[in-house]
Design a protein around this ligand. Structure first.
Ligand code: MAN
Ligand code: CA
Length: 329
């Protein structure tokens, strides 16, 4: 049998858990001892201590493990940091070397620079400029410039006047061009008119009409009353002959038949009117005419007395005679 004090002492020797079998044996023994009713309060205490001790051991083991894990992970990041620092150091070293070289170059340049020669050159240049300035003939230069300016002024004035005259010429040409265009248009129109006239001339000539003093004339080959005679002339683009000159009167007398002309007083007795609506002014009545013979309404006029200068006679319109058409050209 082991007492409580002995047991406590014994348990303290297992603090480091280096002898596990011995601890197990002790534990076995203590369990066997729990079965002894006389030692129950001491045993409880003993159990409590053992459990606490066990918990402590577990805690320590956990701490150990986490510590190791931390230590294992740290070296990696430290290595990386060290490598980064190494690189930065190398960069700085290279930069420093460059700067040193540049400084040495500048030093050499400065040592080789010939300060005196440079200064002399500048002095010479200054003196040259001074001499040039002293020799410069300000008045002559000014006169030259004035002359050049006046020349340019004259040239400019010439240009302006030339431009003005050119503008005027252009405007004149424009006007001439417009006139020419208008003239050309007129000529074109005239040309068309002449063409039409020519065609008309050709037409009447081909139809056997006779040209005299600006008109074509045609004597009928049949006889008709005055109104039908007139209608025939109109259908040919003409009308009965109108006589308003001695020449025309003489021309009309060459036809030896009695022929109707375009004069009548059908609308108002005694008021003789030509077929174009004009009143009779120059007349060639045969002597005694117009007589409205026997009050038979002699309202239409014919050429009856060819052997007399004055050849006209009034006769009833229904009478049938030859007739003469006139086409004024
Ligand atoms: C004669 C004259 C004319 C008249 C005719 C009628 O020639 O008297 O004045 O018009 O006859 O047929
Ligand atoms: Ca008569």
């Amino acid at each position: 049998m082991v007492s409580l004090e002995e047991e406590l002492e014994l348990s303290m020797t297992y603090e480091n858990f280096e002898d596990v079998p011995a601890r197990k044996a002790a534990s076995r023994r203590s369990v066997e001892d729990f079965n002894v009713p006389a030692a129950a309060p001491g045993m409880k205490m003993y159990r409590l201590v053992v459990v606490s001790f066990g918990l402590l051991c577990i805690l320590q083991a956990a701490l150990n493990i986490s510590l190791r894990l931390t230590l294992f992970s740290q070296p990696n990041s430290l290595t990386e940091e060290r490598d980064e620092m190494k690189r930065i150091y190398l960069d700085l070293e290279a930069g420093c070397n460059n700067l040193t070289e540049e400084r040495d170059d500048l030093k050499r340049t400065l040592e080789n620079y010939d300060l005196e020669a440079g200064c002399n050159n500048l002095t010479e240049e200054r003196d040259d400029l001074k001499r040039t300035l002293e020799n410069y003939d300000l008045e002559a230069g000014c006169n030259n410039l004035t002359e050049e300016r006046d020349d340019l002024k004259r040239t400019l004035e010439n240009y302006v006047s030339q431009q003005n005259s050119l503008t005027e010429e252009r405007d004149e040409m424009k006007r001439i061009n417009l006139d020419l265009e208008a003239g050309r248009n007129l000529l074109t129109e005239e040309n068309h008119g002449l063409k039409r006239t020519l065609e008309e001339y050709a037409h009447y000539l081909q139809q056997g009409w006779v040209y005299f003093s600006g008109s074509f004339y045609r004597i009928s080959s049949t006889m008709k009353p005055w109104q039908d005679s007139r209608r025939d002339c109109q259908q040919r683009g003409a009308d009965l002959m109108i006589i308003n000159s001695q020449e025309e009167q003489d021309f009309s007398r060459q036809y030896k038949n009695i022929i109707w002309i375009g004069l009548m007083d059908r609308d108002t007795e005694g008021e003789w009117t030509w077929v174009d609506g004009t009143q009779l002014t120059t007349s060639f009545w045969h002597s005694g005419e117009p007589n409205n013979y026997d009050k038979r309404n002699e309202d239409c006029v014919n050429i009856n007395h060819h052997d007399h200068t004055n050849s006209w006679n009034d006769a009833p319109c229904e009478n049938e005679y030859f007739w003469i058409c006139e086409k004024k050209m």
